[in-house]
Design a protein around this ligand. Structure first.
Ligand code: S3P
Length: 169
């Protein structure tokens, strides 16, 4: 197995699935958001507030390019939609799009903890329209993944099983 990249909207479960795969199969787990925070020595929210989104996207591109082989990588929700990031990931390993229904995403994202970590999220009243509109522009990128798994009604175990069946661990 080379790298396994998990992509998808905020709240699609990328980090959870990556951690599970890492623990169960002894593969290094990396999260692009964590790599950015370590490199910048501040939080994702601070980066957005102090430097703006284009600066964040550039950091995202840089950490992606520095990812070592043989890792399971949870990528930030916007990462596949900028630069040649999707193409680059496909050249480095297998890319999965964890697709989830808007209501499922909204239910997971509509919490204070989630908002602290995710500066792009609007308030509750705007959440569903925001997800719908953003998915419309992002899905053409997400769908360039090697595999799409509809995770809305699957357990973590079943999602991991599908990924591992495909990557042949
Ligand atoms: C973002 C998703 C976040 C994080 C940043 C921007 C996005 O990651 O990278 O807040 O543009 O969708 P998660 O998808 O892990 O929440």
């Amino acid at each position: 197995m080379r790298n396994v990249f998990l992509t998808g909207f905020m709240g699609s479960g990328k980090s959870r699935i990556a951690r599970y795969i890492s623990k169960r199969y002894g593969i290094v787990c990396l999260e692009t958001d964590n790599l950015i925070e370590s490199r910048a020595q501040c939080t994702i929210r601070e980066i957005f507030e102090q430097h703006g989104e284009p600066y964040f996207r550039e950091l995202e591109r840089q950490v992606l390019h520095d990812i070592p082989d043989y890792a399971v990588v949870s990528t930030g929700g916007g990462l596949p939609c900028h630069f040649d990031n999707m193409e680059w990931m496909r050249a480095q390993g297998t890319v999965f799009y964890l697709k989830a229904r808007t209501e499922v995403l909204a239910a997971r994202l509509d919490t204070p903890e989630s908002r602290v970590k995710r500066p792009l999220l609007p308030d509750t009243a705007q959440l569903i329209p925001y997800i719908e509109a953003t998915l419309k522009t992002r899905e053409p990128f997400y769908l360039q993944a090697d595999y799409t798994i509809d995770v809305s009604d699957l357990s973590v175990r079943d999602i991991v099983k599908q990924i591992i069946d495909i990557t042949g661990q």
